[in-house]
Design a protein around this ligand. Structure first.
Ligand SMILES: Cc1cc2nc3c(=O)[nH]c(=O)nc-3n(C[C@H](O)[C@H](O)[C@H](O)COP(=O)(O)OP(=O)(O)OC[C@H]3O[C@@H](n4cnc5c(N)ncnc54)[C@H](O)[C@@H]3O)c2cc1C
Length: 404
């Protein structure tokens, strides 16, 4: 593994760093103002459209997609340092570059498993940043970290599928720009193989019977800039059978394939969030005095800063190793490392952000610094895309198998 950036990554890094300084950081207070002024909190604030147009003209677009027929054609190792930079401003930068979840995973899914018609109708406008999308798997009634529990029914009826069920925490689905939902449900609920019972269908958000019921709050935030997290009820929603993604019974395998890259992208951005927290800690600690000394002179504060630096360097190396493995042996070959970073990164970054909040006093929990929102976002990543404990269970099982 080579730690030096290659020429293309270096060039994109410089372009992205300039874009962050010139456009993204100055847009943070604008985003807050525009979001607060919206009557519908889930509409896309104007500033995000403006940033998208600017990023696109600078060639900072669809960097996440390794398939060069559709995206920038970067390897995971090339994309990692770029995603890290976008994580420094996670409300704005990933969306500006058309590199925000859940659209990224949905575009990957359509690129890999969609047919020509599905790609034309949904992938192309997603790649152009004209529409957004959502991925609907989790259900309030069942423990959804175990996908075999999913109860939504996708029943074949003549030339159609009929979808019925209730989902929640469907990211992006509150936003009117979200036009398409990729819905996971059971086509064969009594099938002998529990991993072949599920399928995925494409459900346009405006199909009769789709009820976007409410936006779920996350530690009190509506995550409006992100399109919220919707509760969605499917009342016997009828779509043509051609909306099936892949084959019947293939939903479980597609979901697994979709989540690998998504998990490493989250971890890359989390490292950027941690770097931002360290920077804010250092600025604050050197600019305020308590009990006659700069806060930076306190041993406990120095320990927080030192430990945060050590942790970030460790995490980054593990994330880069994982990216390199994904590029060289594939997502399956990097399974253990993908789980390791998904376990290690969110909880370590939550801890760093917690220290940064503490160091900022009351300001840390307020809207005047990005820390409270960053903390809430990082904390959710101990649940989203699989809770820590589910990854620990699976990683431990593979480790123990060596001794069985
Ligand atoms: C901000 C946010 C955005 C999200 N976006 C989406 C989205 O776009 N689409 C979507 O479909 N879902 C989304 N989710 C849902 C997320 O994927 C689920 O919350 C997650 O998979 C866990 O499912 P659950 O909430 O049903 O928890 P459950 O399955 O009920 O699990 C609850 C807890 O039980 C424990 N547990 C479960 N299994 C084990 C085990 N084997 N060993 C030990 N402990 C265990 C864990 O502590 C776990 O956290 C989002 C969630 C959040 C918070």
């Amino acid at each position: 593994m080579d730690f030096a950036y290659d020429a293309r990554t270096q060039e994109l890094r410089e372009r992205l760093l300039a874009f962050m300084d010139e456009h993204v950081y100055p847009a943070e207070p604008v985003l807050r103002e525009q979001s607060e002024a919206l009557t519908d909190p889930w509409r896309t604030p104007r500033i995000i459209h403006d940033l998208k147009a600017k990023a696109r003209t600078r060639g900072l677009w669809n960097l996440f997609l390794p398939d060069e027929r559709y995206g920038a054609g970067l390897t995971n190792l090339q994309y990692a340092p770029l995603a890290e930079i976008t994580g420094r401003s996670p409300q704005l930068a990933p969306a500006a570059l058309n590199c925000a979840a859940p659209d990224t995973g949905n575009m990957e899914l359509l690129a890999e498993f969609g047919d020509d018609d599905q790609r034309k109708r949904w992938l192309e406008p997603l790649l152009a940043g004209e529409i957004r999308s959502a991925f609907a798997m989790t259900e309030p009634e069942v423990a959804s970290s175990d996908a075999t529990n999913i109860e939504t029914r996708i029943a074949r009826d003549g030339a159609d599928y009929v979808v019925s069920g209730r989902k929640w925490f469907i990211s992006g689905a509150m936003n009117e720009d979200c036009r398409i939902l990729i819905v996971m449900g059971k086509t064969d609920p009594d099938g002998a193989d529990v991993r072949r019972q599920q399928s995925m269908v494409l459900v346009p958000r405006d199909t009769p019977g789709v009820e976007v019921r409410r936006g779920m709050r996350v530690y009190g935030y509506d995550d409006g800039h992100h399109g919220g997290h919707a509760e969605v009820v499917f009342h016997d929603v009828r779509v043509p059978a051609s909306n099936l993604v892949g084959e019947e019974g293939g939903g479980f395998a597609i979901a697994q394939a979709r989540l690998g890259p998504g998990r490493i992208h989250h971890c890359m951005r989390l490292i950027g969030m941690a770097e931002r927290a360290i920077e804010l800690m250092c600025v604050r600690a050197t600019s305020r005095t308590a009990f006659g000394r700069p806060i930076a002179a306190q041993g406990v504060v120095r320990n927080w800063i030192a430990d945060a630096r050590v942790t970030v360097e460790q995490l980054r190396l593990l994330v880069l190793k994982t990216a390199w493995l994904m590029d060289t042996v594939g997502n399956r070959g990097a399974h253990t490392e993908i789980q390791a970073i998904k376990i290690a990164t969110p909880r370590a970054v939550v801890d760093i952000l917690d220290k940064a909040v503490q160091l900022h006093g009351a300001g840390g929990v307020s809207q005047d610094f990005p820390l409270a929102e960053l903390w809430a976002h990082a904390r959710t990543l101990r649940l989203a895309d699989g809770p820590d404990e589910v990854h620990q269970r699976s990683l431990a099982r593979r480790e123990l198998r060596k001794y069985a």
